[in-house]
Write a protein that binds this ligand. Structure first.
Ligand code: F6P
Length: 539
């Protein structure tokens, strides 16, 4: 197998041996060909009705072709008007794929999947004269995306620009956004195939429109998927999706429910961030599933020193501790991982197309937004150390200095558990926060994930609440220097961000999970103190 060839190698002989019977089972059940034929019975009777409206993604390499011309025409038209800066507002499946496509192709796409006022303000400060915003939401009701739409519409109008001409909508037929787009006369509405769920939508309008408008070669992407589609639908032990699904399920059976993802020179930029949502939202439910852990590279803690609770997977050629490697160009990998996840769902015994626990955090955030006094940011911390305020859920020790709190927190994780660092901050200006993942993993030897809030709520958030209940959660929130109003809404972005952190924290605590929230009253100073304390706590 060469680096460009699409394939899966089970590098670890022991894992390959354990996967073999599961490979045989999938082949005997004709699961791959049934999946390619969109057979909704593969996941049992309880999943059948949902699956029957969620399987069109297996043929998108054909059905999405007409989009290529439509997107190219709009791009040419916009460019002739001097509009060549593309901003994308979308959460989870409505932004993760186009971000990877654009990054891999080296084309500029500003992605807004945040409620951080500073990050949104920076996107607004770009050249609005040259900007088009793609507002992407399947449901047409996602609060973050609707807030971005409102904020940008007002900014265009304030700048004397016809906002309707600068808003492009991607949504499902009949959604509130599709109706709104018609009413407001937005530039163009791309209606996506409603029989594809968000995390399987990379090759629908959700992946292709923003990336294509930004200049990515989306025809090539579909060609890459088309080239591998027949193999993925074949009932053979050589089918890479069958191998990957069987290896994941065999590892899971043996107690390795974490899948540690590192790029090993695939040439694809940020693929683990996309795969995280696919794997976590699809499998993390009913107290079981696979926890994706996206890491910085094959040398990173968690991958290089993975223990028996984790399987290191290389995206690219096999390297270091990798037990599995997956190669191939981006379009092919999208389809391969989707097939593998759906097949793994069958082996693990869950419905890979619902996300039953996502709504709880949204509901808790909405309830908090109705009680603005709870969002004043003036809650009483259990402890204050420098620029860090400490809050803990019941049973989480909060006494002493920050380093003591962290030491107790790190010591409290159950065997085979995991830490999730969740930063409700600015993913660009506060980017260094992500270094905490490796620092914590290195010092504790425990698998550690990192997610930007609220982005991860639409990705790994499902697993945290629905998957194996062995996570400990470190939330980081920060002071908002300059808040942004959400036009015609009774809350600001800062309040929404705060409500999302508190709401998810509440739900996690209700699940009996330990939640430690550290609020940075000064982001830069607080972060520096936190990094020092993590280093000291792990000594
Ligand atoms: O495209 P929408 O409807 O805005 O949803 C965004 C994301 O939110 C989720 O529904 C989870 O909150 C994802 O499954 C989805 O990709």
């Amino acid at each position: 197998m060469t680096g460009d060839e699409t394939g899966v190698e089970l590098v670890d002989a022991e894992l390959a041996g354990k996967a073999a019977p599961l490979v045989e089972r999938l082949v005997a059940d004709q699961a791959a060909s049934k999946l390619a034929a969109q057979d909704a019975t593969l996941w049992g009777p309880d999943a059948e009705s949902e699956a029957s409206i969620r399987l069109s993604w297996t043929s998108l390499h054909k059905s999405s072709r007409p989009l290529i011309g439509e997107i190219e025409a709009l791009r040419t038209e916009l460019q002739s008007e001097g509009v060549d800066r593309v901003v994308l507002a979308g959460m989870g499946g409505s932004s993760l794929a186009p971000e990877v496509i654009a990054a891999t192709e080296g084309v500029a796409l500003t992605v807004l999947d945040t409620t951080d006022a500073g990050q949104v303000a920076d996107a607004l400060a770009g050249d609005l004269e040259r900007t088009v915003i793609v507002v992407s939401s399947k449901s047409g009701g996602t609060v973050e995306t609707d807030s971005h739409r409102r904020i940008f519409a007002k900014a265009f109008t304030d700048a004397g620009i016809d906002a309707a001409r600068r808003i492009v909508v991607v949504t499902d037929p009949g959604s509130p956004f599709s109706e709104l787009s018609e009413k407001e006369g937005y530039r163009k509405t791309f209606l996506a195939d409603p029989h594809v769920g968000g995390r399987y939508s990379a090759l629908t309008a959700f992946g292709l429109v923003p990336a294509g408008l930004a200049g990515a070669d989306i025809a090539r992407l579909l060609d890459q998927a088309a080239a591998v589609a027949a193999v993925l639908g074949t009932d053979s032990a050589d089918n890479p999706a069958i191998k990957l699904a069987a290896a994941w399920a065999a590892a899971h059976e043996g107690g390795a429910e974490k899948v540690v993802l590192a790029d090993t020179g695939s040439g694809i930029k940020g693929f683990p961030d996309w795969a995280e949502q696919l794997i976590a939202e699809s499998t993390g439910k009913l107290g079981t599933g696979l926890l994706p852990v996206a890491v910085e590279g094959p040398e990173a803690p968690g991958f290089a020193d993975a223990k028996s609770d984790a399987t290191p997977v290389a995206v690219g050629h096999p390297e270091g501790a990798a037990k599995i490697s997956v190669t191939g160009p981006l379009g092919a990998q999208f389809l391969l991982w989707e097939f593998a996840t759906a097949l793994a769902g069958r082996l693990i015994g869950i419905n890979p197309f619902d996300q039953p626990d996502v709504e709880a955090a949204k509901k808790a955030a909405r309830a908090l937004l109705d009680e603005p006094e709870k969002l004043s940011g003036k809650e009483t911390p259990a402890t204050v150390d420098g620029a860090v305020e400490v809050f803990g859920s019941e049973g989480v020790a909060t006494d002493g200095k920050l380093v003591d709190v962290l030491r107790a927190f790190f010591g409290s994780v159950a065997d085979g558990g995991y830490f999730a660092v969740q930063a409700y901050l600015d993913r660009l200006d506060d980017a260094s926060t992500s270094l905490l993942r490796g620092e914590i993993a290195k010092r504790t030897g425990v698998q550690t994930t990192f997610g930007w809030g609220p982005r991860f709520l639409h990705s790994t958030g499902q697993y945290h609440k629905g998957g194996h209940q062995n996570g400990s959660f470190l939330q980081i929130t920060g002071a908002v220097a300059e808040d942004l109003a959400v036009p015609d809404r009774p809350y600001t972005l800062g309040q929404l961000q705060h409500a999302q952190a508190l709401g998810d924290g509440q739900v996690l605590a209700e699940h009996g999970r330990p939640v430690l929230r550290l609020h940075l009253t000064d982001r830069a100073a607080g972060l520096a103190e936190l990094v020092r304390a993590v280093q000291e706590a792990g000594e």
